[in-house]
Design a protein around this ligand. Structure first.
Ligand code: ATP
Length: 226
């Protein structure tokens, strides 16, 4: 479970997040919805340790993340896919996936929960025919699948996704939504920023962010876990 308590973040003198508190239970999907400039990306970056000025508390599986560097949060199981995806465009799909494999003992293939190339291809079958293609030669939706796959190869158990369906063709949005639903079923926790309502039907909870303030907390009644 991820627990955020009284989180604030600044860019210099400008405050971008104000006293944010919420939780993401294991195996659940929480959406952060808000307009441009609401603070969605800032929130995800704050959780990943990528914002220089953050106050408050962030607990992941009981461990306090404050003061931990991004790579330490990654080792603890957090995986972040930024809006621009940050793929290695000159590397092939296979290289982009393999480069993400951690080399510490914790992630050895003998670990029963270890997620490998086969699992990623099972989740995104269309990547299989593109393994030797440079990432630069993929559509936006295909790149999003690759970015998700790469993050899964880090053995992430909590995904922080910044607008994963933005600017993607409806067909690929369906594939991505189906993959996210499967990951949730497999026990991964998902915190997803989005501007539209694309993933709302899959969500356990929808949080609204406006002007850096979590203005309301809407629980999806149909899909709330017992
Ligand atoms: P979008 O949907 O457009 O990505 P967002 O909800 O992700 O928007 P943020 O990018 O988190 O919003 O921005 C929140 C606030 O912080 C905005 O007022 C924005 O102008 C400001 N901001 C974002 N990045 C910086 C930066 N590098 N320096 C200063 N202010 C920033």
């Amino acid at each position: 479970m991820l627990e955020v308590r009284h989180l604030s973040a600044h860019y210099g003198q400008a405050q971008a997040l104000f006293d944010i508190s919420f939780q993401v239970a294991k195996g659940s999907m929480v959406l952060i919805q808000g307009l441009n400039g609401a603070g969605k990306s800032t929130l995800l970056k704050s959780l990943m340790g990528l914002m220089p000025q953050v106050q408050g508390e962030i607990f992941w599986q009981g461990e306090n993340l404050m003061g931990k560097a991004p790579h330490q949060r990654s080792h603890l199981g957090l995986g972040y896919v930024p809006e621009d995806r940050r793929l290695f465009s000159a590397l092939t799909v296979r290289q982009n996936l393999e480069i993400a494999v951690p080399h510490t003992g914790r992630h050895l293939a003998s670990n029963p929960a270890h997620l490998g190339l086969g699992d990623v291809l099972n989740l995104f079958p269309s990547l299989e025919g593109m393994l030797d293609r440079p990432a630069a030669q993929m559509s936006g939706g295909e790149q999003q699948m690759l970015a998700l796959g790469r993050t899964l190869m880090t053995q992430a158990r909590m995904l922080l996704l910044d607008e994963p369906c933005e600017g993607i063709s409806p067909l690929l949005v369906q594939s991505i939504a189906a993959a996210l639903a499967r990951l949730k079923q497999d026990g991964l926790s998902l915190l997803i920023a989005e501007q539209n309502q694309t993933l709302t039907p899959l969500a356990d909870q929808v949080l609204n962010l406006a002007g850096g303030v979590l203005s309301s907390q809407v629980v999806s009644p149909r899909l709330t876990r017992p």
